[in-house]
Design a protein around this ligand. Structure first.
Ligand code: NAD
Length: 481
């Protein structure tokens, strides 16, 4: 650590923390202050080749460790991470901007993710299929798929990385992960905790650098047997093509544009209170964030008033200030994208109920924003804002709301608020998304499957599906001789 330069984030390859072989570094910027808070090592192709060789060796060893023993090591690493939560949360806030309390929850969640996968990894059961002939045994076993190339994003720099690392390791795979360059500390600290807990060298390798160079080098390598990516739809489609060209299975967790149906049988002010908390968490940079709010009939006006009032009252500030309820956007790209989407919508005729502009001129702060009266042509209705923007519109007939809710290319999460079991069943059955939350958020737990349909991707993280993503089945038929 150098006081002037801040923290040095290195690569983790074959159990060793090291700079990149070209000694090339990138700056890490605090999105609240725009100050440089550290630098991170850039991996060269030679470093990636070292990581590939290490992952091959690590896999050969790790796959022979019993699930029972693997489980103990993962739990030990989870305990280490929990014991370091305060320091890790501070670094997360400095790099990503979210309020410290949210950062701490995210780090603690990573301990839970390890615990859960540690247990689930002990249940990779196979089955026996009755044979047609006497003496023949037919069994199906599950084996780890092999070394994984994973790419995790900057909105949840800790938990998104951990979902991939824990799933892969619990299944018996090794992994090379490229966590986000903008917020790299947490993932590297997880590598350190897993190493200290006794996970052998080469099982977890962590690289940073230029994302396209890394994915284009790792995915085609014959050593890599599985690809897992969380990020934007265009990058996901590109990596899915690359994985397909090399016949690698892939899990793609891409963007969302979640609709929320608020029916007229719920208290609109109460629903607005719950939904404001959901919408502005992590400054709206959440793939399952509620974004398009369709509010029924007479509930529209009171809902809008309560929602806009609560949004306006949110305290926006530096994440390290305990008073802050919402931090800055995580990077300059996001600020520019949100500004452009909101400005375009307003130019198209949308009205700003609150917010609609940047706050100050230092740090990437953007006001919690509510837009109404959106013309159907507004780009923001079909492009994920991935920021603190709520789009609120009225509806009359439920069928009309469902049609509008389904009218994007995304299909990650949807929500409905109603007391009626009939309407809840209509929403659950008709909304085109991988997850539906009724009357609450509830779609991001590690024990439940998390994933989308349509352009939001394929495959799951979390639930038994999240472990299955790193397993392959083998059928063995044996006859007497
Ligand atoms: P982006 O498309 O440039 O990058 C998205 C992510 O992919 C980043 O983490 C980036 O490092 C990585 N990436 C980019 N090119 C890559 C490549 N060729 N190979 C491997 N990884 C690559 O967009 P951005 O500005 O970083 O993020 C904005 C968009 O990303 C948002 O609109 C949102 O849709 C999406 N996003 C989604 C999630 C999610 O949880 N699904 C998380 C973060 C971002």
């Amino acid at each position: 650590m150098n006081a002037e330069r801040g923290r040095d984030i290195q690569l983790l390859i074959d159990g060793e923390f090291r700079a990149g072989s070209s000694n090339d570094w990138l700056a890490i910027v605090n999105p609240a202050t725009e100050a440089t808070v550290g630098r991170l090592a850039v991996a060269t192709k030679a470093d990636l080749d070292r990581a590939l060789a290490a992952a091959a060796r690590g896999f050969a060893q790790w796959r022979t460790v019993s699930p029972f023993e693997r489980s103990k090591l993962l739990r030990r690493a989870g305990d280490l991470i929990r014991s370091r939560a305060d320091g890790l949360a501070e670094a997360l806030t400095a790099e990503q901007g979210k309020p410290l309390a949210e950062a701490r929850i995210e780090i603690m969640t990573c301990g839970d993710i390890l615990d859960w996968y540690a247990e689930e990894g002990r249940r990779t059961y196979g089955r026996t299929i009755p044979a047609r002939l006497p003496g023949v045994t037919q069994i199906v076993t599950q084996e780890p798929v092999g070394p994984v190339a994973a790419f995790s994003p900057w909105n949840f720099p800790a938990s998104q990385a951990m979902r991939k690392i824990a799933g892969a390791l619990a299944a018996g795979c090794s992994i090379i992960i490229k966590p986000p360059e903008e917020a790299p500390s947490a993932a590297l600290a997880f590598g350190a905790a897993l190493t200290e807990a006794g996970v052998p060298a080469g099982v977890v390798n962590i690289v940073f650098g230029r994302p396209a160079e890394i994915s284009e080098h790792l995915i085609p390598s014959p050593i890599i047997r599985k690809v897992s990516f969380t990020g934007s739809v265009p990058v996901g489609k590109h990596l899915a093509q690359l994985a397909g060209a090399h016949m690698k299975p892939a899990t793609m967790e891409l963007g969302g544009h979640a609709p929320v149906l608020v029916f007229d049988d719920v208290d609109p002010a109460k629903a607005a209170q719950i939904l404001v908390g959901m919408k502005f968490r992590n400054a709206g940079q959440v793939c399952v964030s509620p974004t398009r709010f369709y509010v029924q009939g007479d509930s529209y006006r009171p809902f809008l008033k309560a929602f806009a009032g609560a949004a306006q009252a949110l305290r926006v500030g530096e994440g390290r200030d305990p008073q802050s309820q919402m931090g800055p956007l995580a990077n300059r790209r996001r600020l520019d994208a949100v500004e452009s989407l909101v400005n375009d919508a307003v130019a198209d005729g949308a009205k700003v109920a609150t917010g609609g502009k940047r706050i100050g001129n230092r740090g990437y702060f953007y006001a919690p924003t509510v837009l109404t009266d959106l013309p159907a042509s507004a780009r923001i209705l079909s492009t994920e804002p991935f920021g603190p923007v709520a789009l609120i519109q009225p509806f009359g007939d439920p069928a009309e709301a469902i049609e509008k809710a389904n009218a994007t290319s995304y299909g990650l999460a949807s929500y409905a608020f109603t007391k009626s079991s009939e309407r809840a069943a209509l929403a659950a059955g008709s909304l085109q998304s991988g997850m539906v939350g009724i009357n609450h958020f509830g779609v991001g737990l590690i024990e439940t499957p998390f994933g989308g349909i349509k352009d939001s991707g394929y495959g799951h993280e979390g639930g038994s599906e999240g472990l299955a993503a790193y397993l392959v089945k083998k059928f063995v038929s044996q006859a007497p001789i």
